[in-house]
Design a protein around this ligand. Structure first.
Ligand code: ADP
Ligand code: ADP
Length: 227
């Protein structure tokens, strides 16, 4: 049962300076419910473009993307983005940042605070709930960003090199936290990375995008023992 279905998708960017540029050409990819799929590929091959289109942030030029059978028309709470440069609200505390989504969705304040605290405990930041983002390390900010996205209870996590800027130690810890979450809640994950090692460690399947205009080549079908 396909969660994300990308069928014959192409993307052409039109810019005034450089005219039209074909970024993706006839891409096909299906991600099943509960699968963890990574996409590798050189810079500029269109990985982010593809992820942003699934997220509804960028429009497809041709072809179709469906999520649970419904065409993607824009962003939605079923698809939670976790991007490397995904900024936290600097004027809100860690707790307030994580509570933001549930409050927007109409959850009562007490319940939202309890839910946010539960998520912060999960990413080992319970003690930092009253801190502001600028007081945190890069790894801690990335964990807050992950908690903030999880707070919306998305079925799908769309992750664009979320751990790319982190040191090896912090990255390993976050990878393990992500796998814990994925295993417990059976999220569907579409994960972009530059690291073959990271992709192989995390994924059920790994795809490699060839350089522009990004065609996808399936490279690995990894059958890892999962608890
Ligand atoms: P990747 O994530 O693999 O590095 P991107 O999806 O960011 O690749 O970019 C794919 C191609 O599309 C690149 O050639 C890039 O220059 C171009 N591109 C990406 N975003 C835009 C945009 N907003 N406007 C014009 N061109 C873009
Ligand atoms: P991470 O591994 O999450 O990136 P660091 O390795 O930078 O975190 O920091 C290690 C520990 O130092 C953190 O878990 C935290 O306990 C503490 N720490 C880091 N930055 C701060 C800060 N600005 N204020 C208080 N404690 C901090």
């Amino acid at each position: 049962n396909a969660m994300i279905d990308i069928a014959s998708v192409s993307k052409t960017y039109n810019t005034s300076q450089r005219g039209s540029h074909l970024a993706l050409d006839d891409v096909n990819l299906t991600i099943n419910e509960g699968e963890f799929v990574s996409i590798l590929g050189p810079s500029g091959c269109g990985k982010s473009t593809l992820l942003y289109m699934v997220g509804g942030f960028v429009k497809v030029s041709a072809g179709s993307i469906t999520v649970k059978g419904a065409p993607v028309t824009g962003p939605g709470p079923d698809r939670g983005p976790v991007f490397q440069e995904f900024a936290l609200f600097p004027w809100k505390t860690v707790l307030e940042n994580v509570m933001y989504g549930p409050l927007e969705q109409g959850m009562p304040k007490k319940e939202a605070a309890a839910w946010a605290r539960q998520l912060l405990t999960m990413v080992h930041l319970a003690k930092y709930e009253s801190f502001y983002p600028k007081e945190l390390s890069g790894g801690m900010k990335q964990r807050v960003a992950l908690a903030r996205t999880l707070a919306y209870k998305p079925n799908i996590l769309l992750m664009d090199e979320p751990f790319g800027a982190l040191d090896a130690y912090t990255r390993t810890r976050l990878q393990n936290e992500l796998l814990d979450i994925w295993e417990r809640d059976r999220k569907t994950v579409m994960f972009i990375t530059h690291s073959v090692e990271e992709a192989v460690f995390l994924s059920d399947r790994v795809y490699v995008m060839t350089p522009s205009p990004g065609h996808i080549r399936k490279v690995y079908e990894i059958d890892l023992p999962r608890p």
